[in-house]
Design a binder for this molecule. Structure first.
Ligand SMILES: Nc1ncnc2c1ncn2[C@@H]1O[C@H](COP(=O)(O)OP(=O)(O)OP(=O)(O)O)[C@@H](O)[C@H]1O
Length: 245
Protein backbone atom coordinates (compact mmCIF):
# COMPACT_ATOMS: atom_id res chain seq x y z
CA UNK A 1 0.00 0.00 0.00
CA UNK A 2 1.35 3.42 -0.94
CA UNK A 3 2.02 5.89 1.87
CA UNK A 4 0.02 9.13 1.76
CA UNK A 5 2.31 10.73 4.35
CA UNK A 6 5.98 10.11 5.07
CA UNK A 7 7.57 11.96 7.99
CA UNK A 8 11.31 11.71 8.53
CA UNK A 9 13.28 13.08 11.49
CA UNK A 10 10.83 15.91 12.03
CA UNK A 11 11.98 18.44 14.60
CA UNK A 12 9.85 21.47 15.50
CA UNK A 13 10.59 24.25 17.98
CA UNK A 14 7.84 26.59 19.17
CA UNK A 15 8.32 29.56 21.45
CA UNK A 16 12.01 28.69 21.84
CA UNK A 17 11.19 25.18 23.06
CA UNK A 18 11.51 21.85 21.26
CA UNK A 19 8.02 20.36 20.88
CA UNK A 20 8.68 17.60 18.31
CA UNK A 21 11.88 15.62 18.82
CA UNK A 22 12.64 13.81 15.55
CA UNK A 23 9.38 12.13 14.51
CA UNK A 24 9.49 9.25 11.99
CA UNK A 25 6.10 8.01 10.83
CA UNK A 26 4.10 6.95 7.81
CA UNK A 27 0.40 7.02 7.05
CA UNK A 28 -0.76 4.46 4.46
CA UNK A 29 -3.24 5.59 1.80
CA UNK A 30 -6.88 4.73 2.26
CA UNK A 31 -6.69 4.25 6.02
CA UNK A 32 -8.09 5.95 9.09
CA UNK A 33 -5.05 6.69 11.22
CA UNK A 34 -5.46 8.05 14.72
CA UNK A 35 -2.98 10.50 16.21
CA UNK A 36 -3.40 9.96 19.91
CA UNK A 37 -1.68 11.55 22.84
CA UNK A 38 -2.21 13.67 25.94
CA UNK A 39 -2.92 17.37 25.81
CA UNK A 40 0.22 19.30 24.88
CA UNK A 41 2.01 16.24 23.45
CA UNK A 42 2.41 17.84 20.01
CA UNK A 43 -0.54 16.53 17.98
CA UNK A 44 -1.65 19.89 16.58
CA UNK A 45 1.95 20.85 15.86
CA UNK A 46 2.45 17.65 13.87
CA UNK A 47 -0.79 18.21 11.91
CA UNK A 48 0.26 21.79 11.19
CA UNK A 49 3.57 20.51 9.80
CA UNK A 50 1.64 18.10 7.54
CA UNK A 51 -0.49 20.83 6.02
CA UNK A 52 2.50 23.13 5.64
CA UNK A 53 1.59 25.90 8.07
CA UNK A 54 4.25 25.11 10.67
CA UNK A 55 7.86 26.27 10.45
CA UNK A 56 9.97 23.18 10.93
CA UNK A 57 13.48 23.10 12.39
CA UNK A 58 14.64 19.93 10.67
CA UNK A 59 13.41 16.85 8.83
CA UNK A 60 11.08 16.25 5.91
CA UNK A 61 7.35 15.81 5.51
CA UNK A 62 6.12 14.35 2.21
CA UNK A 63 2.39 14.44 1.48
CA UNK A 64 0.92 12.65 -1.56
CA UNK A 65 4.41 12.68 -3.06
CA UNK A 66 5.06 16.41 -2.56
CA UNK A 67 6.70 18.44 0.20
CA UNK A 68 4.07 19.45 2.79
CA UNK A 69 2.47 22.76 1.86
CA UNK A 70 3.36 22.54 -1.86
CA UNK A 71 0.90 24.47 -4.07
CA UNK A 72 -0.08 21.24 -5.88
CA UNK A 73 -1.54 19.96 -2.62
CA UNK A 74 -3.91 22.86 -2.04
CA UNK A 75 -7.05 21.12 -3.32
CA UNK A 76 -5.92 17.63 -2.45
CA UNK A 77 -5.64 18.11 1.32
CA UNK A 78 -8.45 19.11 3.68
CA UNK A 79 -7.65 20.46 7.15
CA UNK A 80 -10.01 20.84 10.08
CA UNK A 81 -8.50 23.02 12.80
CA UNK A 82 -9.55 22.73 16.43
CA UNK A 83 -11.19 26.14 16.44
CA UNK A 84 -14.10 26.21 13.94
CA UNK A 85 -13.01 28.27 10.95
CA UNK A 86 -16.27 29.27 9.33
CA UNK A 87 -18.30 32.45 8.98
CA UNK A 88 -20.57 33.15 11.96
CA UNK A 89 -22.81 35.50 9.97
CA UNK A 90 -23.61 32.92 7.27
CA UNK A 91 -25.86 29.90 7.60
CA UNK A 92 -24.46 26.36 7.68
CA UNK A 93 -25.55 25.84 4.09
CA UNK A 94 -24.10 29.15 2.91
CA UNK A 95 -20.76 28.30 4.51
CA UNK A 96 -20.68 24.85 2.92
CA UNK A 97 -21.65 26.26 -0.49
CA UNK A 98 -19.02 28.99 -0.19
CA UNK A 99 -16.24 26.49 0.61
CA UNK A 100 -17.54 24.19 -2.13
CA UNK A 101 -17.30 27.02 -4.66
CA UNK A 102 -13.69 27.71 -3.58
CA UNK A 103 -12.91 24.06 -4.35
CA UNK A 104 -14.69 24.17 -7.70
CA UNK A 105 -17.58 22.06 -6.37
CA UNK A 106 -21.32 22.55 -6.73
CA UNK A 107 -24.19 23.07 -4.34
CA UNK A 108 -25.13 19.37 -4.37
CA UNK A 109 -21.74 18.42 -2.89
CA UNK A 110 -22.09 21.19 -0.29
CA UNK A 111 -25.54 20.02 0.75
CA UNK A 112 -24.36 16.40 0.95
CA UNK A 113 -21.50 17.39 3.27
CA UNK A 114 -23.99 19.19 5.53
CA UNK A 115 -26.15 16.06 5.64
CA UNK A 116 -23.10 13.84 6.27
CA UNK A 117 -22.27 15.69 9.47
CA UNK A 118 -25.86 15.47 10.70
CA UNK A 119 -26.76 19.13 10.20
CA UNK A 120 -29.47 18.95 7.55
CA UNK A 121 -32.12 20.18 9.97
CA UNK A 122 -29.92 23.15 10.92
CA UNK A 123 -28.77 23.96 7.36
CA UNK A 124 -30.62 27.28 7.30
CA UNK A 125 -29.41 28.38 10.74
CA UNK A 126 -26.80 31.10 11.22
CA UNK A 127 -23.52 29.64 12.50
CA UNK A 128 -23.50 32.25 15.28
CA UNK A 129 -26.60 30.61 16.75
CA UNK A 130 -25.32 27.02 16.73
CA UNK A 131 -24.15 25.06 19.77
CA UNK A 132 -20.40 24.41 20.09
CA UNK A 133 -20.74 20.82 18.88
CA UNK A 134 -22.91 21.88 15.93
CA UNK A 135 -20.43 24.61 15.04
CA UNK A 136 -17.54 22.18 14.90
CA UNK A 137 -19.62 19.85 12.70
CA UNK A 138 -20.39 22.76 10.38
CA UNK A 139 -16.65 23.38 10.17
CA UNK A 140 -16.13 19.67 9.44
CA UNK A 141 -18.67 19.85 6.61
CA UNK A 142 -16.57 22.63 5.04
CA UNK A 143 -13.42 20.48 5.31
CA UNK A 144 -15.18 17.49 3.69
CA UNK A 145 -16.82 19.40 0.90
CA UNK A 146 -13.97 19.35 -1.61
CA UNK A 147 -13.69 15.55 -1.27
CA UNK A 148 -9.91 15.82 -0.78
CA UNK A 149 -7.58 12.82 -1.08
CA UNK A 150 -6.18 13.46 2.39
CA UNK A 151 -8.19 14.75 5.33
CA UNK A 152 -6.32 16.03 8.36
CA UNK A 153 -8.80 16.43 11.21
CA UNK A 154 -7.82 17.94 14.55
CA UNK A 155 -10.16 16.53 17.21
CA UNK A 156 -13.26 16.40 14.98
CA UNK A 157 -15.44 14.61 17.52
CA UNK A 158 -14.87 16.85 20.54
CA UNK A 159 -18.16 17.95 22.08
CA UNK A 160 -20.25 15.46 20.09
CA UNK A 161 -22.67 13.03 21.73
CA UNK A 162 -21.97 9.27 21.47
CA UNK A 163 -24.51 8.68 18.69
CA UNK A 164 -23.10 11.44 16.52
CA UNK A 165 -19.54 10.34 17.25
CA UNK A 166 -20.38 6.82 16.07
CA UNK A 167 -22.00 8.26 12.93
CA UNK A 168 -18.99 10.45 12.18
CA UNK A 169 -16.59 7.52 12.60
CA UNK A 170 -18.76 5.41 10.27
CA UNK A 171 -18.58 8.24 7.75
CA UNK A 172 -14.77 8.43 8.10
CA UNK A 173 -14.48 4.70 7.43
CA UNK A 174 -16.78 4.92 4.42
CA UNK A 175 -14.54 7.65 3.02
CA UNK A 176 -11.41 5.54 3.63
CA UNK A 177 -13.07 2.58 1.88
CA UNK A 178 -13.57 4.89 -1.11
CA UNK A 179 -9.83 5.72 -1.11
CA UNK A 180 -9.54 8.83 1.08
CA UNK A 181 -6.75 8.90 3.66
CA UNK A 182 -7.76 10.29 7.05
CA UNK A 183 -5.46 11.36 9.86
CA UNK A 184 -7.51 12.16 12.94
CA UNK A 185 -6.20 13.50 16.22
CA UNK A 186 -7.86 12.73 19.51
CA UNK A 187 -6.97 12.60 23.15
CA UNK A 188 -9.92 10.29 23.83
CA UNK A 189 -8.42 6.83 24.01
CA UNK A 190 -11.69 5.03 23.32
CA UNK A 191 -11.51 6.47 19.81
CA UNK A 192 -8.20 4.65 19.25
CA UNK A 193 -10.04 1.36 18.81
CA UNK A 194 -11.95 2.85 15.88
CA UNK A 195 -8.76 3.48 13.87
CA UNK A 196 -7.01 1.21 11.35
CA UNK A 197 -3.65 2.46 12.57
CA UNK A 198 -2.39 4.47 15.52
CA UNK A 199 0.33 7.01 16.01
CA UNK A 200 0.84 7.42 19.75
CA UNK A 201 2.70 10.56 20.73
CA UNK A 202 3.92 11.73 24.10
CA UNK A 203 5.95 14.83 24.89
CA UNK A 204 6.84 15.28 21.23
CA UNK A 205 8.07 11.72 20.73
CA UNK A 206 6.34 8.93 18.85
CA UNK A 207 6.00 5.87 21.06
CA UNK A 208 3.98 3.68 18.67
CA UNK A 209 3.15 3.53 14.95
CA UNK A 210 1.07 0.41 14.56
CA UNK A 211 -2.37 -1.18 14.37
CA UNK A 212 -4.55 -1.30 17.50
CA UNK A 213 -4.19 -5.11 17.45
CA UNK A 214 -0.38 -4.88 17.37
CA UNK A 215 -0.40 -2.33 20.22
CA UNK A 216 -2.55 -4.72 22.28
CA UNK A 217 -0.31 -7.68 21.41
CA UNK A 218 2.90 -5.80 22.23
CA UNK A 219 1.66 -4.79 25.67
CA UNK A 220 -0.40 -7.86 26.49
CA UNK A 221 -3.49 -5.81 27.45
CA UNK A 222 -6.79 -5.44 25.63
CA UNK A 223 -7.71 -1.99 26.82
CA UNK A 224 -5.93 0.55 24.59
CA UNK A 225 -5.77 3.20 27.31
CA UNK A 226 -3.99 0.73 29.58
CA UNK A 227 -1.77 -0.37 26.65
CA UNK A 228 -0.85 3.27 26.02
CA UNK A 229 0.08 3.75 29.68
CA UNK A 230 2.32 0.68 29.53
CA UNK A 231 4.03 2.00 26.42
CA UNK A 232 4.62 5.32 28.17
CA UNK A 233 6.18 3.53 31.13
CA UNK A 234 8.39 1.48 28.82
CA UNK A 235 9.45 4.53 26.82
CA UNK A 236 10.23 6.42 30.03
CA UNK A 237 12.40 3.64 31.43
CA UNK A 238 14.14 3.47 28.02
CA UNK A 239 14.68 7.24 28.01
CA UNK A 240 15.99 7.17 31.58
CA UNK A 241 18.51 4.51 30.56
CA UNK A 242 19.67 6.53 27.57
CA UNK A 243 19.98 9.77 29.49
CA UNK A 244 22.22 8.29 32.15
CA UNK A 245 24.48 6.50 29.68
N1 LIG B 1 2.09 29.22 19.41
C1 LIG B 1 2.84 28.54 20.28
N2 LIG B 1 3.95 29.08 20.81
C2 LIG B 1 4.72 28.40 21.68
N3 LIG B 1 4.46 27.16 22.09
C3 LIG B 1 3.37 26.57 21.62
C4 LIG B 1 2.51 27.20 20.67
N4 LIG B 1 1.50 26.37 20.37
C5 LIG B 1 1.73 25.23 21.08
N5 LIG B 1 2.85 25.35 21.81
C6 LIG B 1 3.41 24.32 22.72
O1 LIG B 1 3.77 23.20 21.93
C7 LIG B 1 3.49 21.99 22.64
C8 LIG B 1 2.61 21.10 21.77
O2 LIG B 1 1.35 21.75 21.58
P1 LIG B 1 0.24 21.13 20.64
O3 LIG B 1 -0.85 22.15 20.51
O4 LIG B 1 0.87 20.62 19.40
O5 LIG B 1 -0.27 19.90 21.54
P2 LIG B 1 -1.58 18.98 21.39
O6 LIG B 1 -1.11 17.58 21.62
O7 LIG B 1 -2.24 19.27 20.10
O8 LIG B 1 -2.46 19.46 22.60
P3 LIG B 1 -4.09 19.49 22.76
O9 LIG B 1 -4.54 18.05 22.78
O10 LIG B 1 -4.28 20.13 24.11
O11 LIG B 1 -4.63 20.28 21.63
C9 LIG B 1 2.82 22.39 23.95
O12 LIG B 1 3.81 22.34 24.95
C10 LIG B 1 2.39 23.81 23.71
O13 LIG B 1 2.43 24.55 24.90
Amino acid sequence: MQDAIVIRDLVVDRGGRRVLHGIDATVPSGTVTGLLGPSGSGKTTLLRALVGVQVVTAGTVTVLGHPAGAPQLRRRVGYLTQAPSIYADLTVQENARYFAALQGRGTAEADRAVTDVGLRAAAGQLVATLSGGQRSRASLACALVGDPELLVLDEPTVGQDPVLRAELWARFHAMAAAGTTLLISSHVMDEAARCDRLLLIREGRLIADDTPAAVRAATGVDDLEEAFLRMIQESESGTAGRETS
